[in-house]
Unconditional design. Structure first.
Length: 287
């Protein structure tokens, strides 16, 4: 019947027009995301803390892997990053959480607001890119704090760590920097208010370094009180910390923070036992 063919033709035309419109609207964004991920450096030069079983052969002869000095590691890392550094010298590394969209460059500049809404080429982009707090010392600091938007192409996956089951599936974060490549194990997840006027405001991101192990221990004790859950062997006071921060929509003006420590020598990268905190210290406005 002619009217059926006509209707089918009109439907195909409408679908085609919609597809073209979608490509015009979203095409540049999709291409930009594809191009961004093509910048990912190659295989890490070295994993500073190896997973369990690595290097257990006891081979100290010719087949043993030659140890590299810190200077040699940094030189090799910078060579690996040469292409993306030429595109943007603010790049300080690349972060990956397997089986999530978190597979992104990490940047750092003197303005903590800039990469909230700019891409790798310095152009406006609502999604922005993950960035290290400007006060953190990526090479020598004891606490790296990385921020990112709660968006599907950025740090949306971080909000999933609110549930322990997500940690079980994603216990490890890989952070590859200009200086080393390390695996970090998630040890705590907590929430804070972003409103400085709130009486229970906790400025976790002012602790970018610690004067002593005792000061770090005080900080760790505070986080342990706030954590929805902790995992396995908690942080030791002399260990480096990694904190990933994003918005959480469970409360207005709130942030969810995922804290991790380096994977220890001989430690399994698999998930550890989860200890749920029955009464975490949460913001007063928390639902």
């Amino acid at each position: 019947m002619k009217w059926v063919k006509h209707a089918a033709g009109m439907l195909l035309y409408a679908l085609g027009a919609a597809l073209i419109a979608l490509l015009i609207w979203k095409g540049p964004e999709w291409f930009g995301e594809w191009r961004l991920r093509q910048e990912k450096p190659g295989t890490p030069v070295v994993t500073v803390i190896e997973p369990s079983g690595a290097g257990d052969s006891g081979d100290s002869g010719e087949n043993a892997e030659e140890e590299l000095s810190a200077e040699e590691i940094e030189a090799a890392q910078r060579e690996k990053y040469a292409s993306i550094l030429a595109r943007n010298p603010d790049v300080v590394g690349w972060m990956t959480i397997e089986d999530t969209p978190v597979d992104l460059p990490v940047l750092q500049t003197t303005d903590n607001e800039f990469y909230l809404h700019h891409n790798l080429d310095g152009e406006y982009d609502a999604a922005g890119l993950p960035f290290v707090d400007y006060e953190c010392d990526v090479k020598e600091g004891r606490h790296l704090i990385i921020y990112g938007h709660h968006m599907s192409s950025r740090f949306d996956a971080l909000a999933e760590y609110y549930e322990p089951d997500f940690y079980v599936e994603h216990p490890v974060i890989q952070l590859d920097t200009l200086y080393e490549s390390s695996l970090y194990k998630v040890v705590a997840v907590y929430a804070v208010t972003a409103r400085t006027e709130d009486a229970d405001y906790f400025a976790f991101n002012t602790y970018v370094d610690f004067e002593s192990d005792e000061e770090e221990q005080e900080y760790l004790d505070e986080i342990e009180q706030r954590a929805f859950y902790t995992t396995g062997d908690y942080v030791r006071a002399d260990e480096k910390l990694l904190s990933l921060c994003t918005c959480t929509y469970q409360m207005e003006d709130a942030r969810l923070v995922v804290m991790a420590r380096p994977l220890r020598e001989g430690e399994s990268p698999e998930a550890d036992t989860v200890t749920v905190n029955p009464d975490p210290l949460v913001p007063a406005r928390w639902p």
